[in-house]
Design a protein around this ligand. Structure first.
Ligand code: FAD
Ligand code: NAD
Length: 465
């Protein structure tokens, strides 16, 4: 077996792993990145990027279709058609551009990319089965960035018409009818897109509300849009499994004695994701775990010295930008810099219709943390840009400490508010006070003005409300 010695081996080429490899190489750390499929991980290949491409196609088609009956500004479109095969090919083209871009970046910064499955032998040794044979790699540092996979339901295993997000992003055609188990990020992002593409969608959610980790004020406009799109939402409902009689999905709704049978073409199970911790020798290291996730400290070091873990395999929030931030930090630590993972906020965006953003503390979280809070919202109905986009649903909300006016959290729901998330994160990271936001000149006409107005309103003198 070929023997290789390096300073750093990274297992997994998703956003966490490839960013670690790029940054470590930039800092002169000899690095090998091992990826069993292709660089980009879940996010670029079967997650963030393909889902946002599909959402874009769906919105464009929906807009064209809804203009058949003429828009308020006089546009009418007739006979809008969608070649779904071309849509999927377009999405695949974007994925290919991005994944080959990652390969190019790794090459540019001289990080070695090894395609193959990695297996941990001990905390410093990894064996990789690659196309050019098995290689034993010895490294001072090992970064585990193996990510996550879709959680399966025991009574509804994947296969045949029961699919995960991976298959939902590469369908041959839009299913006429679709049931979605789970009204979380994936269920609602993809459910909305597929409904806009023409599928009849029913969402089955176990808890009593959609997007249960987001507060009701933020999810209300989303619930209204789901209803407008004709998406049926069953809350407090449990998917029991497929009927042996006709293959329909049996669902028990809150308090009901008899199950409802949903006769659908496809069933998308989107009930969360599980860390990938099995099948690559992790048990040989006997690391401390945090439930099913690998436990890490505030530098992403595991319980074994110089074995690091980042991204989805380390727990919530399972978001690409968190994985990347952890990866960048770990690379710098390995290169000898002093770093700690202590962000003021990890903003989260749900790309539903309308989009939702949350950065920092919600009003309830802030109160629970013992703050005396002031909360102010500014609705998009009073925002010129929103009106000119013919979509004034939603608002921006600011949560601040009532005593020192320090901003604790910023949330928004509305069209394109995902683009405001960086501003929200920056305000929190810079320790902004309400006055800082209120006194910053915001460009007119933009949706961002709603943030300034919310801050002004919290100070008691909104100008446009
Ligand atoms: P991953 O991206 O999962 O990468 C892990 C990599 O490790 C994989 O490429 C895998 O092949 C490789 N690997 C595993 N084991 C081995 C081994 N033994 N040897 C070699 N290689 C191995 N997040 C957002 O922030 N925004 C979004 O809009 C968003 N949308 C999403 C939409 C969907 C449908 C899904 C499923 C997820 C979405 N996410 C989104 C979540 C995001 O994809 C993940 O948080 C992110 O990919 C985690 O990065 P990671 O590097 O930890 O792991
Ligand atoms: P999720 O945790 O967002 O939502 C899962 C939903 O399924 C929850 O509402 C939960 O109550 C429900 N549920 C659980 N078990 C159930 C059951 N047996 N029957 C009915 N409902 C059930 O998980 P997801 O939507 O699968 O997404 C996985 C992860 O991927 C997310 O947590 C997120 O970290 C990431 N993701 C992020 C984005 C984004 O950033 N925009 C998009 C997609 C996915």
């Amino acid at each position: 077996m070929e023997e290789i010695v390096t300073k750093l081996i990274v297992i997994g080429g998703g956003p966490g792993g490839y960013v670690t490899a790029i940054r470590a190489s930039q800092l002169g750390v000899p690095t090998i990145l091992v990826e069993e499929t292709q660089p980009g991980g879940t996010c670029l290949n079967i997650g963030c990027i393909p889902s946002k491409a599909l959402i874009h196609v769906a919105e464009a088609y929906h807009q064209a279709r809804s203009r058949e009956a003429q828009s308020p500004f006089g546009l009418s479109v007739s006979g809008a058609q969608l070649d779904f095969g071309k849509s999927i090919a377009w999405k695949d083209g974007i994925v290919a551009r991005l994944t080959s871009g990652v390969t190019g970046l790794l090459k540019k910064y001289k990080a070695a990319l090894l395609i193959g499955r990695a297996e941990l032998i001990d905390g410093k040794t990894v064996v990789v089965q690659s196309a050019t044979g098995a290689k034993r790699i010895r490294a001072e540092h090992v970064v585990i960035a193996t990510g996550s996979r879709p959680a399966a339901l025991p009574n509804l295993p994947f296969g045949d018409k029961v699919i995960s997000s991976t298959e939902a992003l590469s369908l041959n055609g839009v299913p006429a009818s679709l049931a979605i188990v789970g009204a979380g990020y994936i269920g609602l992002e993809l459910g909305t897109a597929l409904a806009k593409l023409g599928a009849s969608v029913t969402v089955v959610e176990a808890t009593d509300k959609i997007l249960p980790t987001w507060d009701a004020e933020l999810t209300r406009p989303v619930a209204a849009r789901l209803e407008a799109l004709g998406i049926r939402v069953l809350t407090g409902a449990r998917a029991l499994g497929l009927s042996t009689k006709d293959g329909s999905l049996e669902v028990l709704e809150n308090g009901a004695v008899h199950a409802t049978a949903l006769s659908v073409d496809r069933i998308l199970v989107a009930v969360g994701r599980r860390p990938r911790t099995e099948g690559f020798g992790l048990d040989r290291l006997d690391l401390d775990m945090d439930g099913s996730f690998i436990r890490v400290d505030d530098r992403c070091m595991t319980s074994m010295r110089d074995v690091w873990a980042i991204g989805d395999v380390t727990g919530e929030p399972m978001l690409a930008h968190r994985a990347m931030a952890q990866g960048e930090m770990v690379a710098e630590l390995i290169a000898g810099r002093r770093r700690r993972f202590d962000p003021a906020a990890i903003p989260a965006v749900c790309f539903t219709d309308p989009e939702i953003v949350s950065a920092g503390l919600s009003p309830a979280d802030a109160k629970a943390a013992g703050h005396e809070v002031v909360v102010a919202t500014f609705p998009f109905v009073a925002n010129g840009r929103a009106m000119t986009q013919d979509d004034d649903a939603g608002f921006v909300r600011v949560v601040a400490n009532a005593l020192d006016e320090r901003v604790l959290g910023i949330q928004a729901v509305g069209r394109e508010v995902s683009e405001l998330s960086a501003t929200f994160g920056l305000a929190l990271e810079m320790g902004a006070r309400l006055q800082d936001i209120a006194a910053t000149i915001h460009t007119h006409p933009t949706r961002g003005e709603a943030l300034q107005e919310a801050a002004l309103r919290a100070l008691g003198h909104a100008l446009h409300l």
